[in-house]
Write a protein that binds this ligand. Structure first.
Ligand SMILES: *Cc1c(COP(=O)(O)O)cnc(C)c1O
Length: 392
């Protein structure tokens, strides 16, 4: 099959919900990808933050293969080792107390919202189910997480949306106080807003917000679907912000390319969701859990330190290219936003970069870079050279 035939097949049989780039991808190795015609691409996108340890990592392939040959799935009615060991690792390395496993980011955030509402219901009864989220946030595509998402463009078509969400301006404690009320049970936020444009939260604001949550007995829910699993240079971004969330969600990078999501709860929230209150058929799937174990093992202290270093390197190199079309960079670790300053839109720029062999993402009005966390310096330099040649 060639590119044209594949595109025809897609257009005939697949719902056209994505605006795809006119590129197909067939296989990859490390942070390098190849299309059906054999053309090479350097990956600064990780399949939107998913391929945390690159493509075809031998340990990852082996772990998946071994687990598939042993036990591909068993319901959560039975004990099995992979999810239990993974939960232990995640808790030990985050300081959290217990894990719940699902399949995606939106599902993970829905679970956190359920946890917060039940915590509040158990303690205070009905009427305290409102969750405050931030303007410009992104929390997922289900009806509830779309409602949680603080961007009006997402609140369209699919009426009626869920009740129980109010929005505060990010970084503004007065705005948070304005939407506060006796019906609130939680605040949910991303520490670096991803889809919204790679916008890191001010640490002082996050600190004040955590204090207010503690005072009001609101749960502090951190959506680390994009920032988690080493993306920002620590296993979770909250570990750099000096806060302890009541619950933290993860997904994207956790299993290095297999579908997995979930959330961790701290000690006081570990028992909120008791038997029969929450479930996911595929949650904690043994193959995904085995893959995630390899991801966590790979992201040791040394590799995480390199995420910080490589992120700094990429940002410094881009800022020193002196390209008139690019402005300042921002972000944390290898979650990088680059301001677009010229006439050309970020989307048009991304399309040209991709055509020239560098996969990048956009977010808000910026270019967004999420390279695999294990990308080599040689691959980084190759990617940056393509950027320089393309954007001039
Ligand atoms: C991607 C993302 C989600 C949604 O994850 P899905 O797996 O697509 O459901 C939620 N929150 C944040 C911060 C994300 O980046």
């Amino acid at each position: 099959m060639d590119h044209k035939e594949l595109v025809e097949l897609d257009h005939q049989y697949v719902m056209q919900t994505y605006g795809r780039f006119d590129v197909d991808i067939d296989h990859g190795q490390g942070a390098t990808l190849y299309d059906l015609a054999g053309k090479e691409y350097i990956d600064f996108s990780s399949g939107i933050g998913v391929n945390s340890i690159g493509y075809a990592n031998p340990k990852w392939v082996q772990a998946i293969t071994d687990q598939a040959g042993k036990l591909g799935h068993i319901s959560n009615l039975f004990y099995s080792q992979p999810y239990a060991k993974l939960a232990q690792q995640l808790c030990r390395r985050s300081g959290m107390a217990a894990a719940f496993f699902g399949n995606s980011g939106a599902e993970a955030n829905e679970g956190m919202i359920k946890l917060a509402r039940k915590y509040s219901f158990d303690k205070y009864g009905k009427g305290r189910g409102t969750v405050i989220t931030l303007r410009n946030s992104f929390h997922g595509r289900t009806i509830t997480t779309l409602t949680a998402t603080g961007q009006d463009v997402f609140h369209n078509y699919f009426f009626p949306f869920a009740d129980g969400f109010r929005y505060a301006v990010a970084g503004d404690m007065d705005s948070l106080q304005e939407v506060a009320g006796h019906d609130v049970c939680a605040v949910m936020l991303e520490l670096v807003q991803g889809e919204g444009g790679v916008l890191p939260m001010d640490p002082a604001y996050v600190h004040d917000l955590a204090v207010l949550c503690a005072e009001r007995d609101w749960l502090l829910l951190v959506d680390e679907v994009q920032t988690g699993v080493g993306r920002t240079g620590t296993l979770f971004a909250f570990q750099q912000y000096g806060i302890i969330p009541d619950a933290v969600s993860f997904a994207k990078g956790i299993a290095g390319g297999l579908p997995m999501g979930g959330f961790l709860a701290n000690e006081r929230c570990r028992e909120v969701l008791g038997p029969g209150t929450h479930a996911a058929t595929f949650g904690g799937n043994p193959i995904c859990a085995a893959a995630a174990q390899v991801v966590l093992d790979t992201l040791d202290e040394d590799t995480l330190a390199q995420v910080t270093e490589k992120g700094k390197y990429i940002r410094a190199r881009i800022e020193h290219m002196g390209l008139s079309s690019l402005g300042a960079t921002r972000g944390l670790g290898m979650m990088i936003g680059v301001e677009v300053t010229g006439e050309e839109s970020n989307k048009a720029m991304a399309a040209r970069l991709i055509r020239n062999g560098l996969l990048v993402l956009t977010a808000g009005s910026a270019l967004r870079l999420l390279p695999p966390l294990t990308i080599t310096m040689a691959e980084i330099d190759k990617g940056l050279a393509i950027m320089k040649d393309t954007l001039l």
